[in-house]
Structures are given as C-alpha cells and as structure tokens.
Write a protein that binds this ligand. Structure first.
Ligand SMILES: [Ca+2]
Length: 175
C-alpha cells in the first residue's frame, strides 16, 4: 500500500513484510500525519508480483497522538541545554525540532534512546540542507558534535522504528 499526495508525490508506504498490522498478520497499515488539507491517492498492490486476490481498504482518523510534529512548519522550538522527551508514535513517525545556534559555537546533540530500537538523528539548516547524521540499529545512544557556521535556526530530526518508543533529546553547547 502506498500513499501519494494530490500531485502524485510519494508520502508513505507499507509493505506486508516489514509493517505487519498489529492484529491481523495478513494486514498492512500506514499511519500518516497530514501537514495540510488536500486530496491524496492510495495505491494498493500485491507485494508478490504474481499474486492476485481480494482485499478491503479502510481510511480512518487515527487515535494516535504524535507528541512532536513531523513537518518543518510546525516543528517544536526547544531550548538549548534542556532535555526534551519524545516518542516515535507510529511506524514512519519522525519528530522535528527547531533550535537556535550561535556562529562559531560547538554543540552536542544527544539522543538517549530509552525503549527506541533502530533510530536516526539528523541535523539540517533552516533551508533544509543536510548537515550531519548519526544512526543505530540497536538501543544505542545517538550523538552529533557540530560547529554552527552561522547564527540562526537549525532543525534536529529524530526517527526510529516501533510504536510509542521513547527517547530524550538534549542539545548542549560545548564551547
Ligand atoms: Ca512523535
């Protein structure tokens, strides 16, 4: 199953082998947070190209509550120096944070993973340019040490696998 935006752009997908439904092992599901109102398209296909058969498709409002938005326009602004708790609330959830850094200062971004398994921490500038990343397959803390090239806003993005898997993000100035 694949979710597409009104212009056909990819939004999310679910493959039977890596995203089993929580109740029915033959179901697959996508939980997705809409950044704006509009039309979307869903494509459904067999994971095995040779399979045919019937299915039912249900689109409903999820009761999943996401603690931190997954799109830049609504990113939570967080203070430097204070731990911020978060959780990966559904498969594919990413949490985006906004913080302000000062030119020439070095910062350490730490994610203590709690119950979060496979995880990733990315750092972007205010225009979405990629700056740095750390990732782990198992329950290992993530860390990025980085010097701000200019004063301004930056985005830290935390992602991972699982439902309601907790973490703590701390951004600390080193120098
Ligand atoms: Ca979340």
């Amino acid at each position: 199953m694949e979710l597409l935006g009104c212009t056909g752009g990819y939004l999310a997908d679910s493959h039977l082998t890596d995203n089993l439904g929580p109740q029915d092992p033959w179901s697959s599901s996508v939980v997705w947070e809409a950044p704006s109102a509009g039309d979307c398209y869903i494509t459904v296909q067999s994971y095995l190209a040779v399979s045919t058969g019937s299915y039912s498709l249900t689109v409903s409002l999820s009761d999943t509550v996401d603690d931190h938005p997954g799109y830049i326009e609504a990113a939570h602004a967080i203070p430097v120096g204070s731990p911020v708790p978060g959780a990966i609330d559904y498969v594919g959830d990413v949490d985006i944070f906004l913080f302000t850094a000062e030119e020439g200062r070095t910062y350490q971004l730490d994610v203590e993973v709690g119950t979060l398994g496979a995880s990733i921490l990315n750092l972007y500038d205010s225009s979405g340019g990629f700056l740095a990343s750390d990732r782990a397959l198992y329950e290992r803390a993530l860390s990025i040490v980085w010097e701000a090239p200019s004063t301004g806003n930056y985005h830290a993005v935390v992602g991972g696998q699982g439902y309601s898997d907790s973490y703590t993000l701390t951004i600390s100035p080193l120098i």
